[in-house]
Design a protein around this ligand. Sequence first.
Ligand code: FES
Length: 263
Amino acid sequence: MGTPAATGAPVTLTIDGVAVTVPGGTSVMRAAAEAGIPVPKLCATDSLDAFGSCRLCLVEIEGRAGTPASCTTPVAPGMVVHTQTDTLARLRRGVMELYISDHPLDCLTCAANGDCELQDMAGAVGLREVRYAAPEGGAMATHFQPRTHTGPNPQYRPKDTSNPYFTYDPAKCIVCNRCVRACEEVQGTFALTIEGRGWDSRVQAGAAGEDFLNSDCVSCGACVQACPTATLVENTVIETGTPDRAIVTTCAYCGVGCSFRAE
Ligand code: FES
């Protein structure tokens, strides 16, 4: 959450009126967590380098213009941070509204129902309605203006079921890059990348046209564990639902660190 790892001299700042002292180089998001103040987030995790792509973790810093991402903003001595203002609430709802506007709304039958960070964050930021029309091929009910983009969402591509252990559903991808970063930073495999730009962005295993099974993917499961939605889901979860409890054992035989899960 908000890496790189902090090792600098102690820095004291104030977040929502709470004084907190953390090592220099710590992100504002991690400092807030240290102070017991949760900040909405989707692309940040405790184990991956900060990426700053989801724009949910915006904060206001006195004396500084704009609303920087707290996961990529390092603390500074005497900094005064606000994480809960009317402006931030409006901005976060707007960001989440855009995410939901082209996300399938099959929550009740989705494998990740109840274990979905997108679902959790939509609730956390108080999103109650979405004003934008669904893209062609999308599944989103709408209210007000039609969107200006008229082509099909490139993420609505067929599921990749080539891997025997997990399924990749591009329709549910929010392009947070967590799977790509997990593949690189956790496993050092570099099997995944983001293909395209903007609207055309999507996760790609291997070269264009390859699937997971025929890519360099070693089926370690790091990407599946990193995914905040049901884009990458274990096949056992799809078939039998999310278990009440599971024991995950990481194999130490080689550097890949494959995980085995008993439910
Ligand atoms: Fe900071 Fe995503 S959590 S931008």
